[in-house]
Design a protein around this ligand. Structure first.
Ligand SMILES: *[C@@H]1O[C@H](CO)[C@@H](O)[C@H](O)[C@H]1NC(C)=O
Ligand SMILES: *[C@@H]1O[C@H](CO)[C@@H](O)[C@H](O)[C@H]1NC(C)=O
Length: 370
Protein backbone atom coordinates (compact mmCIF):
# COMPACT_ATOMS: atom_id res chain seq x y z
CA UNK A 1 0.00 0.00 0.00
CA UNK A 2 2.74 2.48 1.02
CA UNK A 3 4.77 1.81 -2.10
CA UNK A 4 1.73 2.06 -4.34
CA UNK A 5 0.89 5.38 -2.82
CA UNK A 6 4.40 6.65 -3.45
CA UNK A 7 4.32 5.43 -7.03
CA UNK A 8 0.98 7.08 -7.50
CA UNK A 9 2.36 10.32 -6.14
CA UNK A 10 5.39 10.15 -8.39
CA UNK A 11 3.20 9.43 -11.38
CA UNK A 12 0.90 12.30 -10.57
CA UNK A 13 3.73 14.67 -9.81
CA UNK A 14 5.48 14.00 -13.08
CA UNK A 15 2.28 14.43 -15.00
CA UNK A 16 1.04 17.50 -13.26
CA UNK A 17 2.52 19.86 -15.78
CA UNK A 18 0.61 18.25 -18.60
CA UNK A 19 -2.49 18.43 -16.46
CA UNK A 20 -2.02 22.15 -16.05
CA UNK A 21 -1.30 22.51 -19.68
CA UNK A 22 -4.42 20.73 -20.75
CA UNK A 23 -6.67 22.19 -18.15
CA UNK A 24 -9.26 24.55 -19.53
CA UNK A 25 -10.31 26.10 -16.22
CA UNK A 26 -7.19 28.24 -16.00
CA UNK A 27 -8.07 31.91 -16.24
CA UNK A 28 -5.92 34.00 -18.43
CA UNK A 29 -6.55 37.42 -19.98
CA UNK A 30 -5.83 36.15 -23.46
CA UNK A 31 -6.76 32.51 -23.52
CA UNK A 32 -4.84 30.73 -26.24
CA UNK A 33 -6.98 29.27 -29.00
CA UNK A 34 -7.94 25.69 -28.20
CA UNK A 35 -5.72 23.13 -29.84
CA UNK A 36 -6.93 19.65 -30.64
CA UNK A 37 -5.85 17.28 -27.89
CA UNK A 38 -4.64 13.85 -28.99
CA UNK A 39 -6.58 10.90 -27.65
CA UNK A 40 -3.73 9.37 -25.72
CA UNK A 41 -3.24 12.63 -23.82
CA UNK A 42 -6.92 12.79 -23.01
CA UNK A 43 -6.79 9.26 -21.65
CA UNK A 44 -3.72 10.18 -19.63
CA UNK A 45 -5.46 13.27 -18.35
CA UNK A 46 -8.45 11.27 -17.23
CA UNK A 47 -6.17 8.89 -15.38
CA UNK A 48 -4.46 11.80 -13.68
CA UNK A 49 -7.73 13.41 -12.71
CA UNK A 50 -9.01 10.15 -11.30
CA UNK A 51 -5.78 9.68 -9.37
CA UNK A 52 -5.89 13.16 -7.97
CA UNK A 53 -9.50 12.79 -6.95
CA UNK A 54 -8.53 9.61 -5.24
CA UNK A 55 -5.59 11.24 -3.48
CA UNK A 56 -7.46 14.31 -2.32
CA UNK A 57 -10.30 12.19 -1.00
CA UNK A 58 -7.70 10.37 1.06
CA UNK A 59 -6.20 13.56 2.35
CA UNK A 60 -8.59 14.78 5.03
CA UNK A 61 -6.61 17.87 6.02
CA UNK A 62 -6.49 19.23 2.50
CA UNK A 63 -10.11 18.55 1.72
CA UNK A 64 -11.39 19.95 4.98
CA UNK A 65 -9.26 23.10 5.10
CA UNK A 66 -8.69 24.12 1.54
CA UNK A 67 -11.54 22.93 -0.58
CA UNK A 68 -14.26 25.36 0.33
CA UNK A 69 -13.11 28.78 1.56
CA UNK A 70 -11.82 30.28 -1.67
CA UNK A 71 -13.74 28.78 -4.50
CA UNK A 72 -12.57 31.79 -6.52
CA UNK A 73 -9.23 30.10 -7.06
CA UNK A 74 -9.36 27.40 -9.69
CA UNK A 75 -8.76 24.10 -7.97
CA UNK A 76 -6.18 23.20 -10.57
CA UNK A 77 -3.97 26.03 -9.45
CA UNK A 78 -3.68 24.83 -5.89
CA UNK A 79 -3.44 21.20 -6.84
CA UNK A 80 0.31 21.25 -7.06
CA UNK A 81 0.45 22.48 -3.51
CA UNK A 82 -1.52 19.43 -2.44
CA UNK A 83 0.54 16.82 -4.19
CA UNK A 84 3.96 18.46 -4.53
CA UNK A 85 6.62 17.99 -1.87
CA UNK A 86 5.60 20.89 0.33
CA UNK A 87 5.01 21.16 4.03
CA UNK A 88 1.54 20.27 5.25
CA UNK A 89 1.60 23.58 7.12
CA UNK A 90 0.82 25.22 3.79
CA UNK A 91 -2.66 23.80 4.12
CA UNK A 92 -3.03 25.21 7.60
CA UNK A 93 -3.08 28.64 5.99
CA UNK A 94 -5.55 28.17 3.17
CA UNK A 95 -6.21 31.87 2.63
CA UNK A 96 -2.53 32.72 2.26
CA UNK A 97 -1.97 29.67 0.13
CA UNK A 98 -4.86 30.53 -2.15
CA UNK A 99 -3.59 34.06 -2.55
CA UNK A 100 -0.14 32.74 -3.36
CA UNK A 101 -1.45 30.25 -5.91
CA UNK A 102 -3.81 32.77 -7.51
CA UNK A 103 -1.84 33.93 -10.52
CA UNK A 104 -2.03 33.93 -14.27
CA UNK A 105 -0.04 31.03 -15.66
CA UNK A 106 2.69 31.75 -18.20
CA UNK A 107 2.83 35.44 -17.35
CA UNK A 108 4.73 37.49 -14.79
CA UNK A 109 4.16 36.35 -11.21
CA UNK A 110 2.36 38.67 -8.80
CA UNK A 111 4.81 40.75 -6.78
CA UNK A 112 4.18 39.11 -3.41
CA UNK A 113 7.44 38.72 -1.47
CA UNK A 114 5.72 39.52 1.84
CA UNK A 115 3.14 36.83 1.26
CA UNK A 116 5.90 34.35 0.48
CA UNK A 117 7.85 35.33 3.58
CA UNK A 118 4.74 34.95 5.73
CA UNK A 119 3.97 31.52 4.32
CA UNK A 120 7.55 30.38 4.85
CA UNK A 121 7.66 31.66 8.41
CA UNK A 122 4.43 29.78 9.07
CA UNK A 123 6.14 26.57 8.08
CA UNK A 124 4.91 26.47 4.49
CA UNK A 125 8.27 25.65 3.03
CA UNK A 126 9.27 24.80 0.43
CA UNK A 127 6.68 26.96 -1.23
CA UNK A 128 4.58 25.34 -3.93
CA UNK A 129 5.91 25.73 -7.43
CA UNK A 130 4.22 28.16 -9.80
CA UNK A 131 4.15 28.37 -13.55
CA UNK A 132 4.80 32.08 -13.82
CA UNK A 133 7.92 34.17 -14.34
CA UNK A 134 9.32 35.73 -11.21
CA UNK A 135 10.24 39.37 -11.31
CA UNK A 136 13.84 40.46 -11.48
CA UNK A 137 15.35 43.93 -11.28
CA UNK A 138 14.90 45.79 -14.54
CA UNK A 139 18.52 46.91 -14.85
CA UNK A 140 20.67 44.16 -13.37
CA UNK A 141 24.14 45.24 -12.24
CA UNK A 142 26.68 45.14 -15.04
CA UNK A 143 29.49 44.49 -12.60
CA UNK A 144 29.64 42.85 -9.21
CA UNK A 145 31.82 43.58 -6.19
CA UNK A 146 35.23 41.92 -6.35
CA UNK A 147 35.43 41.39 -2.63
CA UNK A 148 33.15 39.89 0.01
CA UNK A 149 33.49 43.16 1.94
CA UNK A 150 32.65 45.80 -0.64
CA UNK A 151 32.20 49.39 0.50
CA UNK A 152 28.86 49.36 -1.28
CA UNK A 153 26.57 46.87 -3.00
CA UNK A 154 24.90 47.58 -6.34
CA UNK A 155 21.38 48.85 -5.62
CA UNK A 156 20.25 47.64 -9.02
CA UNK A 157 20.49 44.04 -7.76
CA UNK A 158 17.32 44.46 -5.68
CA UNK A 159 13.64 45.16 -6.34
CA UNK A 160 13.05 47.84 -3.73
CA UNK A 161 9.26 48.30 -4.08
CA UNK A 162 8.31 46.78 -0.76
CA UNK A 163 10.98 48.46 1.36
CA UNK A 164 10.88 51.99 2.72
CA UNK A 165 14.60 52.27 1.99
CA UNK A 166 15.40 52.32 -1.71
CA UNK A 167 19.15 51.75 -1.50
CA UNK A 168 21.76 49.84 0.48
CA UNK A 169 23.19 53.14 1.69
CA UNK A 170 19.81 53.96 3.23
CA UNK A 171 19.64 50.52 4.85
CA UNK A 172 23.04 50.77 6.47
CA UNK A 173 22.39 54.35 7.62
CA UNK A 174 19.00 53.73 9.11
CA UNK A 175 19.95 50.25 10.16
CA UNK A 176 16.27 49.35 10.49
CA UNK A 177 16.76 45.66 11.19
CA UNK A 178 20.43 45.27 11.96
CA UNK A 179 21.32 45.52 8.31
CA UNK A 180 25.05 45.88 8.36
CA UNK A 181 27.65 44.25 6.14
CA UNK A 182 30.13 44.29 9.00
CA UNK A 183 27.81 43.18 11.77
CA UNK A 184 29.64 41.15 14.41
CA UNK A 185 32.81 41.38 12.44
CA UNK A 186 34.82 42.60 15.40
CA UNK A 187 33.56 39.89 17.75
CA UNK A 188 34.69 37.33 15.17
CA UNK A 189 38.16 38.81 14.94
CA UNK A 190 38.98 40.08 18.40
CA UNK A 191 38.66 38.67 21.84
CA UNK A 192 37.03 41.31 24.01
CA UNK A 193 34.78 39.17 26.19
CA UNK A 194 34.45 35.56 27.15
CA UNK A 195 31.57 35.29 24.68
CA UNK A 196 33.92 35.92 21.77
CA UNK A 197 35.58 33.20 19.78
CA UNK A 198 37.88 34.82 17.25
CA UNK A 199 38.15 32.92 13.99
CA UNK A 200 41.91 32.51 14.35
CA UNK A 201 41.33 30.75 17.64
CA UNK A 202 38.54 28.58 16.24
CA UNK A 203 40.63 27.51 13.25
CA UNK A 204 43.55 26.79 15.57
CA UNK A 205 41.37 24.64 17.81
CA UNK A 206 40.07 22.69 14.79
CA UNK A 207 43.55 22.25 13.43
CA UNK A 208 44.96 20.94 16.67
CA UNK A 209 42.04 18.47 16.80
CA UNK A 210 42.95 17.34 13.25
CA UNK A 211 39.52 18.46 12.09
CA UNK A 212 39.76 20.25 8.74
CA UNK A 213 37.18 22.99 8.18
CA UNK A 214 36.09 23.57 4.62
CA UNK A 215 32.28 23.57 4.43
CA UNK A 216 29.55 24.81 6.72
CA UNK A 217 26.21 26.45 7.36
CA UNK A 218 25.65 29.74 9.17
CA UNK A 219 22.11 29.69 10.55
CA UNK A 220 20.34 33.04 10.58
CA UNK A 221 23.41 34.66 9.08
CA UNK A 222 21.90 38.07 8.20
CA UNK A 223 23.92 39.69 5.44
CA UNK A 224 26.49 36.89 5.39
CA UNK A 225 29.38 38.48 7.27
CA UNK A 226 30.42 35.22 8.89
CA UNK A 227 30.53 33.46 5.52
CA UNK A 228 32.43 36.41 4.04
CA UNK A 229 35.10 36.25 6.74
CA UNK A 230 35.45 32.49 6.49
CA UNK A 231 35.83 32.69 2.73
CA UNK A 232 38.21 35.58 2.74
CA UNK A 233 40.43 34.39 5.54
CA UNK A 234 40.34 30.62 5.21
CA UNK A 235 38.76 29.65 1.88
CA UNK A 236 35.94 28.02 3.83
CA UNK A 237 32.60 27.85 1.99
CA UNK A 238 29.66 28.66 4.24
CA UNK A 239 26.02 28.58 3.22
CA UNK A 240 24.05 31.33 4.92
CA UNK A 241 20.42 30.78 5.89
CA UNK A 242 18.66 34.09 5.99
CA UNK A 243 15.13 35.47 5.70
CA UNK A 244 14.13 38.75 4.10
CA UNK A 245 12.64 40.30 7.23
CA UNK A 246 12.22 44.00 6.39
CA UNK A 247 15.38 44.09 4.32
CA UNK A 248 16.78 42.26 1.28
CA UNK A 249 19.18 40.02 3.19
CA UNK A 250 19.17 37.26 0.59
CA UNK A 251 20.05 39.63 -2.19
CA UNK A 252 22.80 41.20 -0.09
CA UNK A 253 24.40 37.82 0.62
CA UNK A 254 24.23 36.91 -3.07
CA UNK A 255 25.66 40.27 -4.18
CA UNK A 256 28.63 39.58 -1.91
CA UNK A 257 29.29 36.45 -3.90
CA UNK A 258 28.09 34.12 -1.14
CA UNK A 259 25.29 31.56 -1.15
CA UNK A 260 22.06 32.59 0.60
CA UNK A 261 19.62 29.85 1.59
CA UNK A 262 16.12 31.26 1.95
CA UNK A 263 15.00 28.80 4.61
CA UNK A 264 13.36 29.28 7.99
CA UNK A 265 14.60 27.73 11.21
CA UNK A 266 12.01 24.96 11.11
CA UNK A 267 13.18 23.75 7.73
CA UNK A 268 15.32 20.66 7.24
CA UNK A 269 18.70 21.79 5.94
CA UNK A 270 18.85 21.04 2.23
CA UNK A 271 22.16 19.18 2.46
CA UNK A 272 23.02 15.54 2.95
CA UNK A 273 23.91 13.81 6.22
CA UNK A 274 27.41 14.16 7.58
CA UNK A 275 28.62 16.60 4.94
CA UNK A 276 29.30 19.77 6.95
CA UNK A 277 32.40 20.58 8.99
CA UNK A 278 30.79 23.44 10.89
CA UNK A 279 27.33 24.74 11.75
CA UNK A 280 27.10 28.09 13.44
CA UNK A 281 23.99 29.47 15.12
CA UNK A 282 24.00 33.23 15.34
CA UNK A 283 21.72 35.40 17.42
CA UNK A 284 18.66 34.46 15.38
CA UNK A 285 18.66 31.26 17.39
CA UNK A 286 17.44 32.31 20.81
CA UNK A 287 14.71 31.82 23.35
CA UNK A 288 12.06 33.22 21.02
CA UNK A 289 12.22 30.04 18.97
CA UNK A 290 9.62 27.50 20.13
CA UNK A 291 11.37 24.75 22.04
CA UNK A 292 10.16 21.94 19.79
CA UNK A 293 11.42 23.77 16.72
CA UNK A 294 14.74 24.27 18.42
CA UNK A 295 15.06 20.65 19.42
CA UNK A 296 14.40 19.44 15.86
CA UNK A 297 16.82 22.07 14.59
CA UNK A 298 19.66 20.85 16.81
CA UNK A 299 19.06 17.26 15.72
CA UNK A 300 19.12 18.37 12.10
CA UNK A 301 22.39 20.16 12.79
CA UNK A 302 23.63 16.85 14.14
CA UNK A 303 22.42 15.10 11.00
CA UNK A 304 24.37 17.36 8.63
CA UNK A 305 27.57 17.55 10.70
CA UNK A 306 30.27 15.02 10.04
CA UNK A 307 31.88 13.21 12.95
CA UNK A 308 34.44 15.57 14.44
CA UNK A 309 32.60 18.60 13.03
CA UNK A 310 31.69 21.59 15.15
CA UNK A 311 28.51 23.21 16.38
CA UNK A 312 29.21 26.81 17.28
CA UNK A 313 26.52 28.51 19.33
CA UNK A 314 27.28 32.22 19.19
CA UNK A 315 25.54 34.39 21.78
CA UNK A 316 22.45 32.30 22.27
CA UNK A 317 20.27 34.14 24.77
CA UNK A 318 17.62 32.98 27.16
CA UNK A 319 16.59 33.49 30.77
CA UNK A 320 19.33 32.26 33.06
CA UNK A 321 17.06 29.72 34.70
CA UNK A 322 15.95 28.34 31.31
CA UNK A 323 19.52 27.91 30.16
CA UNK A 324 20.15 25.83 33.24
CA UNK A 325 16.92 23.83 33.21
CA UNK A 326 15.98 23.58 29.52
CA UNK A 327 18.46 24.68 26.90
CA UNK A 328 21.64 23.45 28.56
CA UNK A 329 20.23 19.92 28.95
CA UNK A 330 18.81 20.06 25.39
CA UNK A 331 22.22 20.83 23.94
CA UNK A 332 23.78 18.34 26.35
CA UNK A 333 21.63 15.53 24.92
CA UNK A 334 23.61 15.76 21.68
CA UNK A 335 26.54 14.26 23.57
CA UNK A 336 29.06 16.67 22.06
CA UNK A 337 32.41 17.53 23.57
CA UNK A 338 32.36 20.99 25.16
CA UNK A 339 35.36 22.76 23.70
CA UNK A 340 34.08 26.10 24.96
CA UNK A 341 31.10 26.97 27.16
CA UNK A 342 30.84 30.56 28.29
CA UNK A 343 27.83 32.17 29.95
CA UNK A 344 27.55 35.88 30.69
CA UNK A 345 24.80 38.25 31.76
CA UNK A 346 22.98 40.02 28.96
CA UNK A 347 23.25 43.59 30.12
CA UNK A 348 21.01 45.49 27.72
CA UNK A 349 17.68 46.78 29.14
CA UNK A 350 15.69 43.79 27.93
CA UNK A 351 18.32 41.39 29.22
CA UNK A 352 18.33 43.00 32.66
CA UNK A 353 14.55 43.09 32.78
CA UNK A 354 14.15 39.39 32.01
CA UNK A 355 17.24 38.08 33.77
CA UNK A 356 18.72 36.90 30.49
CA UNK A 357 22.13 35.46 29.81
CA UNK A 358 24.19 34.76 26.71
CA UNK A 359 25.72 31.41 25.96
CA UNK A 360 28.63 31.06 23.57
CA UNK A 361 29.67 27.49 23.05
CA UNK A 362 31.82 25.44 20.74
CA UNK A 363 30.85 21.80 20.67
CA UNK A 364 32.45 18.98 18.78
CA UNK A 365 30.41 16.09 17.43
CA UNK A 366 31.88 12.73 18.37
CA UNK A 367 32.97 10.33 15.66
CA UNK A 368 30.46 7.48 15.69
CA UNK A 369 31.72 4.12 16.73
CA UNK A 370 30.08 1.93 14.14
C1 LIG B 1 42.33 30.36 -1.17
O1 LIG B 1 42.41 29.62 -2.36
C2 LIG B 1 43.03 30.32 -3.42
C3 LIG B 1 42.93 29.48 -4.67
O2 LIG B 1 43.13 28.13 -4.38
C4 LIG B 1 44.47 30.68 -3.03
O3 LIG B 1 45.08 31.38 -4.06
C5 LIG B 1 44.44 31.52 -1.77
O4 LIG B 1 45.76 31.78 -1.33
C6 LIG B 1 43.68 30.80 -0.68
N1 LIG B 1 43.54 31.73 0.46
C7 LIG B 1 43.66 31.35 1.73
C8 LIG B 1 43.47 32.40 2.74
O5 LIG B 1 43.92 30.20 2.05
C1 LIG C 1 24.53 38.29 36.65
O1 LIG C 1 23.21 38.56 37.05
C2 LIG C 1 22.85 37.93 38.26
C3 LIG C 1 21.37 38.15 38.52
O2 LIG C 1 20.86 39.20 37.79
C4 LIG C 1 23.71 38.46 39.40
O3 LIG C 1 23.36 37.82 40.60
C5 LIG C 1 25.17 38.19 39.05
O4 LIG C 1 26.01 38.75 40.01
C6 LIG C 1 25.51 38.77 37.69
N1 LIG C 1 26.85 38.34 37.33
C7 LIG C 1 27.78 39.17 36.92
C8 LIG C 1 29.12 38.57 36.61
O5 LIG C 1 27.59 40.38 36.80
Amino acid sequence: MGLNFVLLLVMVATNILSLYHLSSTVQSPNPPPPVPVPDHLLRQLNTIRATINHLTRHNPSSSSTTAEPSSAVPRDLILHSQIGPIASSCHNHPDLLHRYMNYTPFSTCPYDPDLQETLILNGCHPLPRRRCFSRTPSKPPSSLPLTHFPTSLPDSGVIWNKYSCKSFACLSQNNPTGFDLNAQRSSLQKYTSELDLPLTQFMQLAKSANSPIRLGIDIGGGTGTFAALMKKSYNVTMLTTTMNVNAPYNEAVALRGLVPLHVPLQQRFPVFDGTMDLVRCGRAVNRWIPLSVMEFMFYDVDRVLRGGGYLWVDRFFSKAVDLEKIYGPLIGKLGYKKVKWAVANKTDPSGLKHGEVYLSALLQKPVSKS
